[in-house]
Ligand binder design. Sequence first.
Ligand SMILES: NC(=O)c1ccc[n+]([C@@H]2O[C@H](COP(=O)([O-])OP(=O)(O)OC[C@H]3O[C@@H](n4cnc5c(N)ncnc54)[C@H](OP(=O)(O)O)[C@@H]3O)[C@@H](O)[C@H]2O)c1
Length: 220
Amino acid sequence: MRALIIGHTGGIGAAVDANLRSFGWDVIGLSRSTHGLDFRKPDSIDVAFADITEVFDLVVIATGQLDGAGGPPEKTIKALAPDAMADQFMVNCIGPAMILRALPRLLSKNSPCKVAVLTARVGSITDNRMGGWYSYRAAKAALNQVVHTAAIELSRSHKQSCVIAYHPGTVATKFTEDYQRTNKTVSPDEAAQNMLRILENAFPENTGKFYDWRGAEVPW
Ligand SMILES: NC(=O)c1ccc[n+]([C@@H]2O[C@H](COP(=O)([O-])OP(=O)(O)OC[C@H]3O[C@@H](n4cnc5c(N)ncnc54)[C@H](OP(=O)(O)O)[C@@H]3O)[C@@H](O)[C@H]2O)c1
């Protein structure tokens, strides 16, 4: 079995990479720090994908950022800044969307293929009871719409595909380092095992849905 992990240098991406390798999977990783795949430079996505010709059983998009250029997640609408908001959309929505654009030729049309896109529960509009974090929430909500739409399109050409938006829980990575004192976290390894368990049970009838680490559907 072969997997492609975008963001294999991140806390969750690296743990998914290690887990799959331990089960004997052939894993290819692509990342900003190792391959120059930088969502702020969209051309770098085409360059990074140009040499990839393999067909994958599983693709995980594990990239993301919490702090947009210029600052931490906004606590109030007064803190909204166009540059930071645009940066959040570039890194958390447009970049992963361009990865999804590159995928159809790399996924099998004749056998099961699965794609998991790391989004976040805070991207759920229904679940938003606390407010705040405008740009991150909005970029993840937009990404959720892209994932859902891409899943519909892919299911027409790749009948056995399953594309999901995925919330990993609160994981002890660099991403959450400012929040780990006040929030319960799981290790990246546990988060990777949770995700692979959910993916094992992800089939074409689950495509286009948003799941959390327990396997529960998250409302949009
Ligand atoms: N950790 C959590 O508690 C949590 C909770 C909910 C959702 N999530 C989601 O899970 C995903 C992964 O989180 P994580 O905790 O593993 O984060 P992380 O440890 O900070 O890793 C982030 C990854 O994203 C890549 N990345 C960042 N900016 C990029 C850019 N401009 N262009 C291309 N790649 C970029 C990094 O690449 P380099 O290292 O190579 O620079 C790294 O591989 C994110 O989408 C996040 O929103 C995480």
